[in-house]
Design a protein around this ligand. Structure first.
Ligand code: C5P
Length: 207
């Protein structure tokens, strides 16, 4: 069963690209960031600490992939908390088990996250690493926030992006990095349609 693994930092465009790819090939799609966000949200709601593996792992084991709702989990504070709980190896193991099981679904799957090509699905038929310059990613996030009617300062958004990159790339367990056999797609100067065309060419050549 083919698996397409898509990794990259926050706001690089990998979410939109993954959904487009999954629609095009009629594959199942899992945004693995939502699994970390769901654990973070449950801990925040129960006012439990974000650094206690024993409690977090119980929550992680109980996550139902069918119930993940992007709208509910999109909140910025949940994203921040998710990157904190994502440093705990016990939590990662529980979520990776569920993600791997998902990756075997027929007729094929698209998983996006930070460690799909390196850890979750190292044998994926296609691996993409989608990235863009921090300033470009911050600009996209900034515009999204303004469009939603909320307030933000560009510098704060850029600081957040940099902090999240540091945490995700610097952690000991499953740091964000391209797999050796990943194809790089830099969306700094590319719209979503061009990124999709680049991805489609790579996938069609591999499947
Ligand atoms: O992609 P998203 O912003 O929803 O991810 C939230 C956080 O979850 C990331 O900053 C990262 O720390 C963590 N994550 C992870 N591994 C994944 C997906 C997300 O560590 N495969």
């Amino acid at each position: 069963m083919p698996t397409i693994a898509i990794d990259g930092p926050a706001a690089a465009g990998k979410g939109t690209l993954s959904r487009k790819i999954a629609d095009h090939y009629r594959f199942h799609h899992l945004d693995t960031g939502l699994t970390y966000r769901a654990v973070a949200q449950a801990l925040l709601k129960a006012r439990l600490p974000l650094d206690n593996p024993a409690e977090a792992v119980d929550v992680a084991r109980a996550i139902d992939l069918a119930q993940l709702d992007r709208d509910v989990l999109a909140d910025h504070a949940i994203g921040e908390a998710a990157s904190k709980i994502a440093v705990m190896p016990e939590v990662r193991r529980a979520l990776v088990d569920a993600q791997r099981t998902f990756s075997h679904r027929a007729p094929g799957t698209v998983l996006d996250g930070r460690d799909i090509g390196t850890v979750v699905c190292p044998d994926a038929e296609v691996k993409l690493y989608v990235t863009a310059k921090p300033e470009v990613r911050a600009d996209r996030r900034f515009k999204e926030i303004l469009l939603s009617g909320a307030q933000a300062s560009f510098d704060d958004v850029l600081d957040d992006i940099r902090r999240r990159d540091e945490r995700d790339m610097g952690r000991a367990d499953s740091p964000l990095k391209p797999a050796e056999d990943a194809h790089l797609i830099d969306t700094s100067e590319m719209g979503i349609e061009a990124a999709f065309e680049a991805a489609r060419r790579i996938i069609d050549a591999a499947l």
